[in-house]
Design a protein around this ligand. Sequence first.
Ligand SMILES: [Zn+2]
Ligand SMILES: [Zn+2]
Length: 258
Amino acid sequence: MTLISDFHSHVSRSSAEQMAHSAREKGLQILGLSEHDFQMNEARPLLPHMPLEGQMLSFAEYIEAVHAAGRAADIDVRLGLEVDFVPAKNDQIQASIADYPWDFLIGSVHEIDGKLFELGNGQAREEGELLWQRYFRLLHEAVKSGYFSLVSHPVRMRAKNPYVPANIDDELEQLAAEATRQDIALEINGSDMLGYPDLVRRLAKACVLHRTPISIGSDAHRPYQVAKAHQQSEELLREVGIKKVRIWKQRVPEEYEF
Ligand SMILES: [Zn+2]
Ligand SMILES: [Zn+2]
């Protein structure tokens, strides 16, 4: 058995159907589509500062396209959304998405006090280390919020900030312990895996130590990227001794062994 799921993928630069066809071709059995909240007409006014990635959709269009994609590509497709975690706006963001039949919700920290840290700003060491600490506090809040099925890319701060704090293993372990308490998953993210596998390994080890559920998500933004780091992720999970992957249907967690 190998990894048969991908629970982090985007449709706005192609389509749900193209993503599902690609997943099928790559041998996946279950695809979780998880477009950004800020690509949705109804939620966009709350997140006008997020860079647009592709076509805007309404929730109704997106949901219909996801369901149709599963039928067209003959693959089990699950309806998800990648939801921004922004303390000052969470109530409104959550209200905007509440009325739809999600299988899973990804919680994502993309900004820190208004700053989109993935854009990078060439910060010096002191500010870089502070950003990491602030990032972990927000990840904790996201884990504890009760909004989400999983919290995504927990080491994404590394993308543009090399000032990894000396206590990162403690931070990852505390995050993993909290996720276990809340019974939500942390994500082994394909983009992170390709960019800084050493940090993803430390995250995976923290999850092993605390028996934290994990989700596998490529973060594909185009069809060819579906499952893009699955081979490396699978090797890592086997190396550290993780044997189960969490997936969701109608917000109810399931797990499979690989
Ligand atoms: Zn993200
Ligand atoms: Zn994403």
